[in-house]
Every structure is written in C-alpha cells, then in structure tokens.
Write a protein that binds this ligand. Sequence first.
Ligand SMILES: [Zn+2]
Ligand SMILES: [Zn+2]
Length: 383
Amino acid sequence: MRAWQVVTPGPMGTGPLRAAELPVPEPGPGQVRLRVDACGVCRTDLHLAEGDLGPHRPRTVPGHEVVGRVDAIGPGVALAPDTAVAPDTDAATPPSVEPGAEGLLGAVDSLGAAGSLGAADVGVGVGPRGVRLGDRLGVAWLASTDGTCVYCARGAENLCPASTYTGWDVDGGYAEYVCVRADYAYRLPTGYSDAELAPLLCAGIVGYRALRRAELPPGGRLGIYGFGASAHLAAQVAIAQGARVHVLTRSARAQALALELGAASASGAYDAPPEPLDAAVLFAPVGELVPVALAALDRGGTLSVAGIHLSDIPPLVYADHLFQERDLRSTTANTRADGAEFLAIAAEHRLAVTVSPYPLAAADRALGDLAADRVTGAAVLLP
Ligand SMILES: [Zn+2]
Ligand SMILES: [Zn+2]
C-alpha cells in the first residue's frame, strides 16, 4: 500500500516525510483494519515531522484523524450478530467497499432505523452490538492505555504513563490502510462527509477537552488564541452553548472565518479583547501568547493551553498574570470519554467543518502549508 513515513525528523524544507510502499497491515487480536477514506493533518504531525516531538520508533506512519471502513476483523473482536460474512484477513484480497458507502452502512445496520445512527450510537469502541465489514469508524490519537494504573483507575487515561499514540507509537493514517484496537475506535455521527469527520477526531476532541478545562461559566466570555482546525470547532461548541467568543489570531482569513462562524469579535493575536475574559484557550503553539492571554483574563479566569507542544513561555509577572486567582493549565491528549462526549455534541449540532483537501500523494505539501500557515480550517488527505 502507499504510505508516508517520518524518516529523519527536521524542518519541512529538508523532506522529513518520505513516501513508501508498505505491506498492508494485518489486524492483530482485538483489532480491526480500516481502508482509509480520509485522514486529517494535525499540527502534532508537523511537530513529529519536524522533531519538536522526538520519534518513539523509526519510520512511523503519521496520521491520527482517520476515517475508514472496516475491511478486515482480527481475532477476538465482537462480530455483529447477523454478520454472514466471515472475517477476511487476507490482505491480498481486501473486500471492496464503494466510496461514499453511507447507503451500504445504513443497509447493513440492523439497529439503526432507516440507516441512521442516532447520537446514542455515536461513541467509543465497536460496542456490544459488534462490528461488521463496511462499518465506518474513526481512529484518534490515543491508541491504547494499560487500563490498570492509578490514572486509568480514576478516569484520567489521558495521563496513563503506558499510553501509546496513533502515528507516534503505532502506524497511523497517512496510508491506504490502518489497524486500530476496536475498543479505541469511534463510531461516528452521520450527516458529515468522511473529510469533515476526520478533523473531529483530534482537532475536535482535544479542542473540546481544552475548552472544558478552561471552565467557562455558562454564558461566559471566552477568548480563543489562534484559529486553526481545533479552534474553529471548539469555538462553535462554545457558541452553541451560549458563550460570547472573541477570537485573537494574526491571520486575516482566519479572522473572517471566525466572524462567519459567529464570533463576537476577531482581532490580532496580541490585541486586547474588547472585554475581559472569563476563560481563554491558547491554540497557537506560541508561548509568548501565555502572558498576553493571562493579562486579558478577568479575576478568577482560567487560561487553558490546548497544544501538545508550546514554544518557551517568557517570564510571568505574578501581579499582572496570575494574582487575583487566574489559573494557567495544560491539556494532555484526551480520554475516550471526551471523544464520545464531543462526537455526541457533533451529532446533535451540525458543526461547520472547514476542510482543505489534499491527495494522499501530497501529504508533504499539506504539512508544508500547515507549517507556513497557508491552511484555512483543517487539511485532510484523501486517497
Ligand atoms: Zn494507565
Ligand atoms: Zn492531533
């Protein structure tokens, strides 16, 4: 199969990503294999390609916002009760699923009336009803945890020291096929194209966790610093829940998109918002913006940093940035419960997902464009 690998991490100009011809992976116990229909391009992929995040293993295929159809089922995965077709793990003859097979998914779905998955069916894992060939599933950043440590035990599996990540520890979706643990895959809302669903799986879910960690009070005033794929989804969730959202970003196109999506104001990243903020989320990976955003908070406000990587934070001045009980907190990946919660919101509120499509063959160009801030919304690779 065609795929991309991070070979020698470094600036995009040095070609850290290489196209490769790899064997189609076989699903192991508890896994399913998906034929990839769309894979989002996340800023974390850029951090991995450029070496801001060191490799966990050589030549890993990046990509952790994957939408695909089940085309092989590994041992130990619950099969849907009326699945007539035996699981076929023969990589040489993958069963074919026609593109745009929503109709097929609906037709073979014994539980979803009229082929529709309601919000109740959206969520994590293939669930007790089992999986069948052709099911549309999503693959996200969190690939596995041990399920036994103190963090997992208290529902904070995002902090599990033994966690593994798609596209970092295990091969991801910059490829034609990907394998995923069935209990870490997501069932996805209907009413979205594959390309629109892909960015929901990291940009959407992690942005949602960052938003929740900002503890915005109902009807509160929210600042959003940076307005890429993740921010444009989190902003819509906040607006749908009654927040007044101020977007602060350097890109004029992103400012225009913010206003289009219902933001109360849009201005430069270093500008003061038109009113003090109850909460803010920093999506731009720019440490220099931390004191700027803290200074924009009202008393008791919280700044939540969304990214996995941030450039250095300049010295903070206690009186200007933290006193009056302003809080600064990070966001680390997400739990599967965050994912299920966010996808349920996406099933109920149709989010506008701005997508810039690229062919799989142009993954390096997509990452280069992301590095140069030339992408509006979310870049998505299509086979
Ligand atoms: Zn754990
Ligand atoms: Zn991501």
